[in-house]
Design a protein around this ligand. Structure first.
Ligand code: SF4
Length: 221
């Protein structure tokens, strides 16, 4: 069983608001509205923009990353920095244009700490991921993607399994909700940290492409 489950409350204002909208696009916009006003965890205090996610409301592929960085926080859009550019290249090579995919994160606000007067990104903490997960669960419920691709260990731990080991378990299939299949690969930012063009980065890119081929096959089934 994945981490994408929730207890159904007797009355939930988000469910009630979503239920009044008929199309998946409208329902996703309701979720985005709640996210933009959310202060359920401390990350809501320092954000410039929340980043609910974007893409096709009927997308076969949902991509889930770790969380917004500085550029995403500035623009309110997911994966728009250098890692986003690399993700765009990977998606283009897989012939999966951005609008055909839904892209989001396990937390919708930037996780960063002030160090020497400067905000420095950090992985989101478990209580922040847990507070934010209901938004992701609802996005999955609305979109019902065939495949959910997690980018990086924090995303895989937030979606697939708390103890996920990205080095050992990337590229393997796991069962998700609504008949979806879950898989994880390395985060583009991790490739960039390895130098982008060096031998280490080339090896990582090869592994990511192996995983993407599995995703493409699953989407074509
Ligand atoms: S990270 Fe998620 S739970 Fe925390 S304030 Fe932002 S939207 Fe709310």
């Amino acid at each position: 069983m994945s981490m994408l489950t929730r207890n159904l409350d007797l009355f939930d204002p988000i469910d009630a608001a979503v239920g009044e909208r008929s199309t998946p696009e409208e329902q996703l916009e309701v979720i985005a509205g709640f996210v933009r006003g959310c202060v359920l965890c401390g990350l809501g205090r320092n954000r410039r923009h929340a980043v609910p996610g974007e893409g096709g409301a009927r997308a076969g592929l949902m991509i889930v990353g770790e969380g917004p960085g500085e550029n995403e926080d500035l623009q309110g859009r997911p994966f728009v920095g250098r890692a986003g550019e690399l993700l765009d290249k990977i998606l283009a090579a897989a012939e999966l244009p951005r609008p055909s995919v839904f892209i989001t994160n396990i937390v919708k606000c930037r996780a960063a700490d002030m160090v020497d007067g400067k905000l420095v990104n950090r992985p989101p903490q478990a209580p922040e991921v847990n507070a934010c997960r209901p938004y992701l669960v609802r996005q999955v419920e609305i979109i019902q993607p065939l495949v959910i691709l997690c980018l990086g260990a924090p995303a895989a731990r937030g979606v697939i399994d708390n103890n996920f080991n990205i080095t050992e378990q990337r590229g393997r299939w796991f069962e998700g909700p609504y008949g979806s299949r879950l898989i994880a690969t390395f985060h583009p930012a991790f490739i960039l940290r390895r130098g982008g063009a060096g031998a280490g980065a080339r090896e990582l890119k090869k592994l990511v492409w192996e995983d993407m081929k599995k995703v493409m096959e699953a989407l074509a089934d």
